[in-house]
Design a protein around this ligand. Structure first.
Ligand SMILES: Nc1ncnc2c1ncn2[C@@H]1O[C@H](COP(=O)(O)OP(=O)(O)O)[C@@H](O)[C@H]1O
Ligand SMILES: [Mg+2]
Length: 264
């Protein structure tokens, strides 16, 4: 473990934030959600953004996704790629089958029907749902629905994946298996030379230590980067390994100190 020395604003970054500030509202009601956040995510890197509830994590992700605009500073997404987004709620179309849900982004991308069928099958295999293409979302468990959401996000074929507490509503066992799958997927993409950059938001420090190459800790409001650390633990990892636990303990101590400083 060591603190990093990346230089924010580097042109080779997959995602680059330089002095990003976000203020909601105006005048006396203004809320400074983010205060001059600088962060570079390298191509193929898996970065977890951790912080207390309300510290601006979702705000930051929404800005990178282009769903909202910065009040100050700048954001660059490498090659102007449109990032894929995944949230805590899978937000599937309930009237469409699992296969049709995954097909939506392929249709939007204009893929011919024959290619779409093959790609849907491939994506569902990737998330171990090959046998469920004809089911509807309500017939699946929460974990399976979140797998469909992951397949649908992957169907965008984007090099950048933005994930906002995507496994936050799942039980621990299901979450563990999704961690394994996400790691496998991400490792496979990087090994194949088609790097997948992941910016993953969570308030769960253990989850961050399980997944990340690098953990970035945000302060309580306004969100500022107060700590970052590399997670030099070999993969595949286990969430209950002593190495992952040691990283989580270090980050938890810093998070506790930060939350304590704010008295909540
Ligand atoms: N659209 C909005 N309008 C006004 N305030 C907002 C809006 N979105 C978020 N906030 C405020 O900005 C702060 C950061 O919120 P958010 O990014 O959702 O935090 P987190 O995801 O870390 O829990 C909070 O104080 C929240 O109330
Ligand atoms: Mg949030």
């Amino acid at each position: 473990m060591s603190t990093t020395t990346t230089t924010p604003g580097s042109a080779s970054a997959a995602v680059a934030l330089s002095a990003v500030t976000k203020v909601y509202g105006r005048g006396a009601d203004a809320v400074v959600a983010l205060d001059r956040v600088s962060l570079d995510v390298a191509p193929g890197e898996f970065v977890c953004l951790v912080g207390a509830s309300g510290c601006g994590k979702s705000t930051l992700l929404n800005l990178v996704a282009g769903l909202d605009t910065v009040s100050g500073g700048g954001i660059q997404v490498g090659d102007d790629a449109r990032p894929g987004l995944m949230f805590q709620e899978p937000a599937l179309f309930p009237w469409l089958t699992v296969g049709a849900n995954v097909e939506v982004p392929l249709k939007l991308r204009g893929l011919p029907a024959a290619d779409r069928k093959a790609r849907v099958a491939e994506l569902l295999d990737t998330v171990h749902l090959g046998d469920f293409a004809r089911r509807r979302p309500h017939e699946l468990s929460g974990g399976m629905r979140q797998r469909v959401a992951l397949a649908r996000t992957l169907a965008l074929d984007t090099p950048v994946l933005l994930m906002d507490e995507p496994f936050g509503a799942l039980d621990a066992m299901t979450r563990d298996s999704l961690h394994d799958e996400l790691e496998r997927l991400w490792t496979g993409r990087n090994a194949a030379g088609t790097p997948l950059t992941v910016l993953f938001v969570t308030h769960n420090v253990r989850e961050a230590a399980r997944l990340a190459d690098r953990i970035v800790l945000l302060s309580s409001r306004p969100g500022r980067v107060i700590y970052e650390t590399r997670v030099d633990v070999s993969r595949p990892r286990r969430i209950d390994s002593p190495e992952v636990a040691a990283v989580a303990a270090d980050v938890t101590d810093r998070l506790r100190a930060e939350v304590g400083r704010h008295g909540h």
